[in-house]
Design a protein around this ligand. Structure first.
Ligand code: FE2
Length: 255
């Protein structure tokens, strides 16, 4: 089975459209799933939800999705400095005010976790577990520098064993490694990468028997369209520069 896994779209419609076009052009993808954070930071929350719904792309609930759906006071995001925190609050307030009722209900109905059985459910075999952050919370950041014990602990929470794959997003930086025969895949972000590469990111996950591999794909998209729409909206203009630099705007300015 070959899966396309898309995460952290964050209301960036041009990035989502480019990724779906890339998946379609490749052919040979058996299923597309999303790993949450459909909304936030860009001005197309309803359009992104509608695209996902219309294509029948099933997936899990990100922290942004669940907090918007619940009307929580805070998106559960982490901030690196007070300015980023202030901008994030602005983004969250904007998104809560602009997500339509149909989209809000769709976000609230997303499951916390999805289990896939690439070989079918009629016999033992590898399982693929999809969550947004970790198997315990969608707000917890699972970065590449988490040690093997953290991975083992999370695998334990998920009930995973050798041959299984656990996939997640939330950090917006892609990585993969195996611990005790369990593969861990952070998909990176479609609509708001933070690794310095502005292109939309997603993963092609291939599972054959107990073997699995993850290919990280980057796709160019009309980032100018996204930047113009952010600037034309009441979202902070900083978010446009953030997209252009792949989340490194601040580092560039400091350098
Ligand atoms: Fe996110």
């Amino acid at each position: 089975m070959r899966y396309a896994l898309i995460s952290d779209i964050h209301a960036n419609l041009p990035a989502l459209e480019a990724v779906l076009a890339d998946v379609d052009a490749r052919g040979g993808v058996d299923a597309v799933h999303h790993l949450g954070d459909l909304v936030g930071y860009a001005p197309w929350p309803d359009e992104v939800v509608e695209t996902i719904r219309a294509r029948g792309i099933q997936g899990v609930c990100g922290n942004y999705d669940s907090t918007v759906a619940a009307g929580a006071p805070h998106c559960g995001c982490r901030y690196e400095d007070p300015r980023q925190e202030a901008l994030s609050h602005e983004s969250y307030a904007w998104t809560r005010a602009h997500v339509g009722e149909a989209a809000r209900r769709f976000l609230g109905a997303l499951p916390f976790r999805m289990d896939l059985r690439p070989g079918g459910g009629h016999a033992p075999g590898s399982r693929v577990v999809l969550v947004h952050g970790t198997p315990t919370l969608n707000t917890l950041y699972w970065t590449a520098d988490r040690d093997d014990d953290f991975c083992r602990k999370m695998a334990g929470h998920a009930g995973a064993r050798a041959g299984d794959v656990i996939c997640f997003g939330h950090t917006h930086v892609p990585w993969t490694r195996a611990v005790d025969g369990i593969r861990f895949v952070n998909t990176g972000s479609v609509g708001r990468p933070k690794d310095g590469d502005w292109r939309a990111g997603y993963v092609l996950l291939e599972v054959e028997g107990a073997a699995s591999s993850a290919e990280f794909v980057r796709v160019e998209y009309d980032v100018a369209r996204a930047m113009d729409a952010i600037r034309a909206s009441e979202l902070p203009d900083d978010f446009a520069e953030y997209l252009r630099t792949g989340g490194k705007a601040k580092a560039e300015a400091a350098a």
